[in-house]
Design a protein around this ligand. Sequence first.
Ligand code: HEM
Length: 511
Amino acid sequence: MKVPLTRQEVAKHTSEEDLWVIVDHKIYDLSEFVDAHPGGSVVLTQFAGQDATQAFYNLHRHEVLQQYSDLCIGTVEGEKPEVIDPQPGDLSKVPYAEPLWLTPQFKSPYYNDSHRKLQKAMRIFVETHITPEALQKEKDGTFISQELIDKMAEANILAMRLGPGKHLHNRKLLGGVIDGKEYDYFHDLIVSQELTRHNQRGFQDGNMAGMTISLTAVRQWCNDAQLMERVTEEVLSGKKKMSLAITEAFAGSDVAGIKTTAELSEDGKDWIINGTKKWITNGMFSDYFVVGCKTPKGFSVILVPKTEDVEVKLIKTSYSTTAATTYIEFNNAKAPRNHLLGVEDRGFVVIMSNFNHERFMMAGMVGRWMRTVLEECLKWTHQRIVFGKPLITQPVIRQKLARMISLVEANQAWLEQIVHQMNHLSYDQQSQLLSGPIGLLKNFATRSAHEVADDATNIFGGRGITQSGMGRVVEMFHRTYKFDAILGGAEEVLADLGVRQAMKFMPKAML
Ligand code: HEM
């Protein structure tokens, strides 16, 4: 019964057995909920019969009202709710909460109608299908469901995550909102950025991150076209999973220090792999591993199928085990000879060129996360009342917000500039010309994340270090932004790479 009622009528319901409150001009009957209320019954009785809007928004996220909408029995007569009730697909109206190209008042030279269509469809898909599972999996630590993988495969989201290319031709993306042939690196950026919006960092990686950084290497470097097509089909249909297995306890960003070996069997038919790998995202549920190995005269990359000679163990890290971070032992594991990617002993180029797309995606994703954290801070500083005034009235808080806005916008602007170049360069040209700039961009993105996480946590105070409730997004960001600073190449290594690449192009220029 959602009928208008007067404030006088609400004021009559003040006992624990018969308890009504008003929040944002809506009336809630909490009589049955009092005992179940996580904040206890006392606080509710203190506000019984009254308007509790300010107290409510000081303690709860708006999503609480969406979850408990059944308790709402009507609106106050002659009044209208003021707080925005976001629906799947909506753009945020909070300043800076969306990149400029999604802000109706502004223009961008980079995006067209097909980008807008894809963005809208992705946001609806993420909010409807991915976010509910992401929230659950981040908490319970179990792996992504086959049901969700199947849905993403059907919508061709798995295929889109590899970036533009022939694998998208003849595919209808998200039910046909755009044609696979139209797909460019701006679409790719949109897919990455929308996919982070559930704000569950462990699940973000648990959601097939392994595939996005390993199938790319198979597609680019597999010498056997039939094998490449078969693996692509198996993985993009969601039937098989895969991951990239390069890092070891012995070697992280210094790929040259890898100890895992690959030798040809006596009959020359198979590679025999021995050694260990560590921090392999999605390794627990992978059917294939793209493995970096020492071969007699150098370093090679091999596609290794999961067999009983490949043992996997779960590693607990600072984010959820839903990411399936894995320790792997290869014990005489076999891979057919044609599973070599690229040229024997010259696998370095396979790994290095593959890094570009991974790092570009990571920069886009952490950039989008920062923006969400900025939105959280803007909302919170307006709703949080301290010393009798909203937090935003404090100049020191506005200084922090100014810095966050600048970092978020600078990252996106640089990112878009690089994406524009990617759209106009071949894969080889990208490897040659953009590995430096992309490395520097990822470095800048995660140094910015460091600043944003620090300021946001201070703004949220105790809530910023609490895993549930008001500060949950900020808490997660502060706890997990380091994954972006380390995975795909540590900050310092990327900064160094960026400058060394510039040195290569340095003319003999004198002062
Ligand atoms: C529609 C009415 C309400 C609902 C559905 C509701 C629901 C909840 C939920 C789900 C939580 C758990 C924390 C979270 O997820 O954010 C919570 C916590 C809490 N609630 Fe409510 N609540 C309501 C009204 C109120 C009111 C009127 C007060 C009065 C001040 C209040 C005070 C609190 C307190 C003190 C906490 C604990 C907060 C913390 O741990 O920081 N609630 N409430």
